[in-house]
Design a protein around this ligand. Structure first.
Ligand SMILES: Cc1ncc(COP(=O)(O)O)c(C=O)c1O
Length: 450
């Protein structure tokens, strides 16, 4: 980095003093300082926005009054853009009539009809969080098959905060050993490794749950083979479209990959950030959570006070309407493609191809930062994100284009990368981030110790 570059870099940097004070205060009141571990202090560079005051479209404003382009979009949940007018109007209209009643509301029926007409599935049950519906899917599969085992791919980072899943991660502190006994791992994309799990636990596996895809497409026919294998073994196949739903296809990535499952789970983007999630799928499976036939065992499937609350349902109906014709998914893929091409040319211009890799589907891309040895490196990644953020772009490693993102956001991101690349190049040249990285490197959510 030349002296001139350094001077320009210093002049244009955002300051985060109030954000940092906010972070210190909130951690005294809320364990971890946030309600999602992936939004915590250890998941961002020290110099980052916090105490968010407002979001509109593709931008957010923080405690310091900084305005940043947002590519993280509320843990991928904000699928249209922050504070989308049409969705917010639908929510405002709904809350005027009350939000929760002692019997089912009209809105619960309308939301179910809208959801099922988009997904083409038989029945749906809504809940407020994704973890609730993935856990419910597992419970339903256990009830349907009368088996306990669950198989999950080890590459997929998160399905639920409940013990059956968290017990498989490094964060298994506080989870009894018994809760970990029935969840087994295999390798995504490798049918043979799933075969091995079925062979090791004959007649024990109730279901296989996976995301249809995580950035890189699976081998041709993979999801179809997994479903066939599950059925041969008497297990159910569950696809978790929490992240991929309405991003990689309508209703989700399974449609794009021409795959089918017995049950599907959705959340995040289906309500443009409002709290709603859904468990859906085959009627013969879903209906065992119902009230018939008389005398059958009663399966306690998703029964929560706020399960049918109007806000999330009104937001879902309005959001699904916008996605129904497939135009938005095509548009966000185009935005992502343009963004990727423009960022790749910045990266190339700075000679950093070997250290900055953008990969995945255009509508859901990730950035990998590699250190001097060419391997992913947390300190170098934190440094690069620190510089991108300092130049007005909130990026945590995943790009979520929405219809609210356009040329202005792409250009701003190009400029932020242009400013961040020389700093990364300098760190690579000196073989260390020392003197450039402010604060500690980001750390993984799932780790054994603090
Ligand atoms: C694939 C996947 N499934 C389930 C969940 C859980 O959703 P929630 O955070 O709404 O409980 C997440 C959350 O990140 C997820 O990414």
């Amino acid at each position: 980095m030349t002296t001139e570059d350094r001077g320009r870099n210093e002049m244009t940097r955002l300051q985060f003093e109030k954000s940092k004070a906010f972070g210190r205060r909130i951690e005294q009141l809320i364990p971890g300082g946030s309600h999602t571990y992936s939004r915590g202090r250890d998941r961002f560079p020290a110099e980052s926005p916090n105490g968010i005051v407002r979001g509109k479209g593709p931008r957010i404003w923080d405690a310091d009054g900084n305005c940043l382009v947002d590519w993280a979009m509320g843990l991928t949940a904000v699928s249209l853009g922050h504070a989308d007018d049409a969705v917010d109007r639908a929510v405002c209209a709904a809350i005027k009539d009350g939000v929760i009643f002692q019997r089912s509301s009209q809105l619960e029926l309308v939301a179910a009809e809208a959801f099922l007409s988009l997904t083409g599935t038989d029945m749906v049950k809504f809940a407020r969080h994704g973890s609730a519906v993935t856990t419910a899917a597992v419970k339903l599969a256990r009830g349907f098959t009368r088996r306990a085992g669950v198989a999950v791919p080890k590459e997929h980072p998160f399905f639920s905060y409940d013990d059956w899943f968290i017990g498989t991660t490094a964060c298994d502190f506080g989870i009894p050993d018994e809760a970990k006994l029935h969840t087994w791992q295999f390798s995504y994309g490798d049918v043979a490794s799933l075969h091995d799990v079925f062979r090791a636990h004959p007649g024990e596996i109730a279901c296989v749950i996976m995301e249809p895809v995580k950035f890189e497409p699976p081998p041709d026919g993979y999801l179809q083979e997994v479903r066939a294998l599950c059925h041969r073994e008497g297990a159910l196949f569950i696809l978790d479209e929490m992240v991929t739903g309405l991003k990689l296809g309508v209703p989700g990535a399974a449609a794009t990959l021409k795959a089918e499952a017995d049950l599907y789970t959705y959340g995040k983007g289906i309500a443009n950030g409002y709290a709603n999630a859904a468990l859906t799928g085959r009627g013969d499976v879903m209906s065992i959570g119902g009230l018939e036939p008389a005398g059958a065992p009663k399966l306690f499937l998703l029964s929560t006070t706020h399960g049918g609350e109007s806000v999330g349902l009104a937001a879902t109906i309005a959001t699904l309407q916008r996605f129904a014709d497939g135009m938005i998914v095509r548009q966000t893929a185009q935005t992502g493609e343009l963004l990727r091409d423009r960022l790749q040319s910045v990266i190339r211009r700075h000679g950093l191809d070997a250290h900055l890799r953008i990969y995945g589907y255009p509508a859901l891309m990730a950035l990998e930062v590699r250190g001097p040895d060419g391997r992913p490196n947390a300190a170098f990644q934190t440094l690069f994100l620190q510089e991108v953020i300092a130049h007005g772009v909130l990026l945590q490693g995943i790009f979520v284009p929405t219809p609210s993102h356009g040329e202005a956001e792409i250009a701003a991101t190009e400029q932020a990368f242009d400013a961040a690349c020389p700093v990364l190049a300098q760190a690579l040249a000196q073989n260390t981030t020392d003197g450039l990285l402010i604060g500690p490197p980001m750390r993984p959510v799932f780790r054994k110790h603090l």
